[in-house]
Design a protein. Sequence first.
Length: 619
Amino acid sequence: MYQKGDVLLSRLTFETQSRSDTFIQSLYGDIGRRIAASPSDVCPVDLTYSLLKMAQTQTCGKCTPCRIGLEQVAGLLDKIKSHKATMADLDEIIRQSNQIMETADCALGKTAARMVLSGIETFRKDYEAHINEHHCTTNPQRTIPCVAGCPAHVDIPGYISLVKNESYADAVRVIRKDNPFPVACALICEHPCEHQCRRAYIDAPVNIRGIKRTAIEKAGKVEAPKCAESTGKKVAVIGGGPSGLTAAYFLQLMGHQVTVFERRKRLGGMLVYGIPDYRLPADMIQQDIDCILSTGVEAKLESNIGNTPEEIKKLIGEYDAVYVAIGAHQGKSVRIDGEDANGVLSAVEYLGKIGDGEIPDFTGKKVAVIGGGNVAMDCTRSAIRCGAKEVKIVYRRRKEDMTALVEEVDGAIAEGAIMMDLHAPLRIEKDANGNVAALIAEPQMPSVVKGGRVSPAPAGKGEVKIDCDIVLVAVGQGIEWETFDAAGVTAQAGRFVTEPWAEVASLDGVFAGGDCVSGPKTAILAISAGKVAARNIDNYLGFDHKIKLDVEIPAPAFADRVQCGRVNMAEREPLSRNHDFDLMEMPMSDIEAAQETNRCLRCDHYGCGMFKGGRELEW
């Protein structure tokens, strides 16, 4: 302070970030990336201990539970890790963690203790194995993170290295060894593999889906592998979606004659009847389907097996094995008054018509879409392309709570959709002719967390009237299970009940998988279910066929891995793509693909044990 005349003044200065602050923030960013990319088979005791030690650095240390209690819990966890603990030590961890939760002054100590307790509750057997058997139950030969993250377990480093060498056809062959839908997955897969990519330790995950797109764009037509010698066995597949066609493909390669029964005009299931052309063009998905059919799979279209229980039983009796993969093509109701109004359409019905080439004309109409998943975004973006004057997304939770991919939500908004999150639909008003007049919604606010998710609650702001002519309901899908249940394919809570190996417990030789078992999921999960079913049906029929691959994977180059930005997929400008159903996503250039493939760390050779010393080419 200084004095000027009779006035006492104090000097203020601008605060600038110190080098230590910058380093700490960088360190936290690095830790966050490492946690996000942490493989699923990491030791839970090890991970809990590490996170607890990090939590200790964040607490102020003023209260005894944090200052002393967390340190004692960490010491006991270290004792378990060192295989020196007893069951009494585990009980003591639980006791102290509960005490910290009850007595800590701030949330940091409470949440740290809650994390420990949740870990013990979830991984109790792992803790007991450390104590009683002196070993970790996780796989010591850690699998490659991206391969483990892919439900179909595609050899991702293998095909990336082939794309890097410009061996595009071989890259497609590597993908097809485990997934007969390389084209579809190159365009619409939710790429869970990227969430496990260890490149995130350095900068950002490799754009795996984009590299797959490069492979299919450059490869041209790649013939399917030759089928094994005929076994004389016949297998029926009910449902021509991704799960059914995957099972058919692999079973046909194994030498069994497969017949696919599909009730619609086209094969592909929700890939055709649930995903619009601007994301997955019909001619491109047909490339995958044609390859599957080229193996000798027979397809019977517009064949609705399941009209009566007797029809299903007859089919089961005519084939050596049956795989039920009927998908989830029944739209669910939002259960509000006025849902019977003219102009209310389920997402399944609406997208199904578009899949058959029947493009609705919404010119000049106002559309409200209820839902927050990828299907809701497909409905929204399709409605804009159908000429709608205005499209609003009405969702009862927050935008960040939507289950849709972030890029799908952002894309819909960029194309002109209006987001109305935190609005719960109450009822649909009709005009004098029974047509939709308006959707009435109630504003919500974020409330308590239930099941790890922020739940909505009325905000007390009164009702909101949303003028509209069309309401598209995208709140989930179900299966048409009643007839199958009557035929012996047991259903529970609207899904078929199977053993872990996909066989229906109530019927010998009948298997089921995909959305009709798991509920509506992603295409890659349906593909994975079909692959599992094919292997187990083959075993049921008395065989143990191996799918072999005659492709040499390039050896990794010894090179430093410097930090490098990720190449993301570019899209056509929103205002040029929102009026047509042409493919909106652009492929990588040769230069972009070369840089992105070079970012792969080749975890198949460095840091993981699955493929060291040569690849296992069979499954």
